[in-house]
Ligand binder design. Structure first.
Ligand SMILES: *Cc1c(COP(=O)(O)O)cnc(C)c1O
Length: 437
């Protein structure tokens, strides 16, 4: 038995499913999860000493690659000054100033400890500000695991085959209304049905938890117009897209300004960090200024702030990083598309910038319903094929492939060659397994 296998056996006895987050369990793709010992640049090494070319990047935070020396040094130095104070520190102010300067919609921001917490808090602020209860979310969008958002929630929930989670009281989800991504009509219908009752529309500006589904022309700006007209708040969940599509996030990239937005992943550079922010007038409802309570013992933690700030400063001072990584994404999608066409593979490539997805379906993917037509068994075979060749992609069809500044053209050539080899086997033929439809 290898070391990863041994660790997994031990873990299963004391951790539910042997993992601290479900999608790490490889349940959707078969095989045993690898336990990672260390990572650097675009590579990760497991407990048995196998090295992988990594296209997960810790699910988003690692846009600079793993173990960037400046980020590590900032965290180590901060740790030496104290792990937590329970009082404010300078790094929190610098972080808030940096985010407010970078992101068009943000005039005030509050730091929290995860993307889940950021969303939960933003929803509470939106409800507190508007005095309304209902929230519109989109099928297949994931906004963390807080109760009201575990409705048609994409990725982990989706691959587990459970549409909604047990343990969420009906009342908690009752005020969550779901619309279809890229379908403004479905949003209009909800506003018509619940006039004056919808506090906010929350959306992943690029949906990256049902695979990657990009917003069609007019979708985000259409949401902006509807929310303005209905006096509801528009919330962009930028936990993945923030500081990834560009330094101003998806809102900068697409030129649509929400009222509130949430961050996580990249802003912590791998440390547990989240944030929510937006218009001053809305953020002023948050305690101690206003009546919406939200708190956190470790929020704005000095070590986490130091790591996040180090990463964000590099991104701010080197905008060429975005050009490079986004161009690499364009190259990857174009080249993969050519191979799919040449070999007649029943697949689709989607994505924008450094976010991509290979869907095992012949249909165009523009929402949750079309994403779900993917043959997940074929994806599982593809995943195992890649892992065998030392290429680590997310262990689920419904996740993004993340590129970082540490990826080189050779790395892209390597994943393209491995994908081509897979298409040539014919193993991706839909219906080989009768998994879906
Ligand atoms: C990852 C993610 C979250 C949840 O963040 P956690 O830090 O895992 O709690 C929320 N929204 C989106 C869009 C995400 O991708």
């Amino acid at each position: 038995m290898g070391r990863s296998e041994e660790l997994f056996e031990r873990a299963k006895k004391v951790i539910p499913g042997g993992v601290n987050s479900p999608v790490r369990a490889f349940q959707a793709v078969g095989g045993k999860p690898r336990f990672i010992a260390c990572a650097g640049g675009a590579k990760m090494t497991d407990a048995d000493g196998n090295t992988y070319l990594d296209f997960v990047g810790s699910w988003g935070p690692m846009i600079l690659g793993h173990s960037h020396p400046a980020v590590t040094e900032a965290a180590v130095k901060a740790a030496e000054r104290g792990l937590s104070f329970g009082a404010s520190c300078e790094a929190e102010v610098e972080m808030a100033e940096l985010i407010c300067r970078a992101v068009p919609s943000v005039e005030m921001v509050r730091m929290v400890n995860s993307g889940t917490e950021a969303v939960m808090s933003a929803l509470r602020a939106a409800r507190g500000y508007t005095g309304r209860d209902k929230i519109v979310k989109f099928e297949g969008c994931y906004h963390g695991h807080c109760d009201p958002m575990l409705v048609k929630a994409g990725s982990g929930v989706m691959t587990g085959g459970v549409p909604d989670s047990a343990g969420v009281p009906k009342g908690c989800a009752a005020d969550t209304l779901t619309a279809a991504y890229n379908d403004l009509g479905s949003v209009e219908r909800l506003f018509a049905e619940f006039p004056g009752q919808i506090a906010a529309v929350i959306v992943e500006p690029v949906a990256a938890n049902m695979g990657v589904v990009v917003p069609e022309e007019g979708f985000l700006s259409g949401l902006r117009s509807i929310c303005t007209r209905e006096r509801a708040l528009l919330i962009f969940d930028e936990v993945i897209t923030g500081f990834r599509l560009g330094f101003a996030g998806a809102q900068g990239y697409y030129g649509v300004t929400p009222d509130l937005c949430t961050f996580g992943k990249i802003i912590g550079a791998g440390m547990p960090v989240g944030a929510y922010g937006g218009r001053r007038e809305v953020m002023e409802v948050v305690a101690p200024l206003g009546r919406v309570y939200q708190a956190g013992t470790l929020s704005g933690n000095p070590v986490a702030m130091a790591a996040g700030l180090a990463a964000l400063r590099i991104l701010r001072d080197h905008p060429d990083i975005y050009d490079k990584v986004n161009r690499l994404g364009d190259f990857f999608r174009a080249e993969l598309g050519k191979r799919i066409e040449r070999l007649g593979a029943p697949c689709r490539v989607t994505g924008v910038g450094s976010l991509s997805c290979l869907f095992f379906t012949g249909e165009p993917v523009r929402d949750y319903a079309s994403a779900k037509t993917s043959d997940t068994e074929a994806f599982g075979r593809y995943f195992r094929h890649m892992l065998d060749r030392g290429i680590y992609v997310a262990p689920s069809q419904f996740e993004a492939l993340f590129l970082s500044a540490a990826h080189k053209k050779e790395d892209i050539e390597r994943i393209l060659a491995a994908a081509e080899e897979y298409f040539e086997t014919g193993n991706c033929e839909i219906g080989n397994c009768g998994n879906i439809r």
